[in-house]
Write a protein that binds this ligand. Structure first.
Ligand SMILES: Nc1ncnc2c1ncn2[C@@H]1O[C@H](COP(=O)(O)OP(=O)(O)OP(=O)(O)O)[C@@H](O)[C@H]1O
Length: 293
């Protein structure tokens, strides 16, 4: 089966006054239909650049980004995006902000149907009753919920999330992680999440890609086991601690703070579960996964 998102051998440099700035190098990432990929890596390594390439806002110097096997050469209506700072239009109500993509993307829905769709999503994220408010009347977390509704209202098949929860406090962030699962259950989509939060990556993603320092390539891949619906408690199991340890170690390598044992891309699945520690006993730190060929 063809992966829905296929980033194949992507290399890109920005042209700057000081000369070319290589940002991505031979990057390969594939996301199957309905998959949720998280991309983590050191600050400035090229994660947002990757989202611009997937969204078709830029084209790579070398390699290709393909959706359903078709090279992406320009922005597509089938891709939705949400960013750290939700840019909601203050002169429109929350409902009208969410409806906006349906006014831009060609569709056969009546005004009433568009609003119904927006209302459904707003209710799903807990914003029923706030449809007529202006963005400035909402908290940061509520604005981000509205922004997620706007990104999904036209039922895009791909959702790009560039640190959408980065500016929120820890409790609101955890709330929104659960909202993401609810949205995904209501309307399946294929997602790429850029994040600095390793717990967020294991809570939301099926597969995590750790990028190296710039020019970034995939340094490590980790599959998150599918154990059914996730709850926040799953983040406090010994398995979660092991995954976080592996990821943290990989980020340190990417930052150049640890000696790279191997610069080749590695893959890990979490080690086999061990029994939960006895009450009062701490989970043991993970041992690093063995290198894969
Ligand atoms: N339009 C541009 N022109 C020139 N350089 C750019 C441009 N956009 C980004 N860069 C540079 O490319 C590098 C990668 O930027 P990018 O925003 O993709 O990184 P990032 O991994 O998303 O960073 P962060 O984690 O800090 O958000 C950075 O050094 C940045 O300064």
């Amino acid at each position: 089966m063809t992966d829905l998102i296929d980033i194949a051998g992507v290399t890109h440099a920005y042209r700057t006054d000081a000369g070319p700035l290589p940002v991505l190098r031979d990057l390969d990432i594939a996301v199957p239909e309905g998959g949720f990929a998280a991309v983590v890596g050191p600050s400035g390594c090229g994660k947002s650049t990757l989202t611009r390439l997937i969204a078709g806002l830029m084209r790579p110097d070398r390699g290709e980004v393909r959706l359903h096997g078709e090279p992406v050469r320009s922005p597509r209506a089938t891709v939705g995006m949400a960013f750290q700072n939700p840019v909601l239009l203050e002169w429109r109500t929350i409902l009208d902000n969410v409806v906006l993509p349906l006014e831009i993307v060609p569709n056969k829905l009546s005004r009433r149907q568009r609003e119904d769709r927006a209302r459904e999503l707003l209710a799903l994220v807990g914003l029923a009753g706030f449809e007529d408010k202006r963005p400035s009347e909402l908290s940061g977390g509520m604005r981000q919920r509205a922004s997620l509704c706007r990104a999904l209202v036209h039922k895009p098949e791909v959702l790009i999330l560039d640190e959408p929860f980065g500016a929120l406090d820890a409790f609101t962030r955890e709330d929104l992680w659960q909202t993401m699962h609810a949205l995904r259950a209501e309307q399946p989509f294929t997602a790429v999440l850029i994040t600095h939060d390793l717990r967020e990556s294991i809570f939301l993603a099926d597969e995590i890609f750790v990028l190296s320092g710039r020019p970034a390539t995939v340094q490590h891949r980790m599959r998150v086991p599918d154990t059914g619906p996730r709850t926040l408690d799953d983040l406090y199991t010994p398995e979660a601690a092991r995954m976080l340890n592996v990821l943290r170690h990989q980020i340190q390598i990417a930052q150049g703070r640890e000696a790279p044992e191997d610069r080749q891309p590695q893959t890990s699945t979490p080690p086999a579960p061990t029994p939960d520690p006895a009450p009062g006993q701490r989970a043991t730190p993970a041992t690093l996964p063995e290198r894969m060929p």
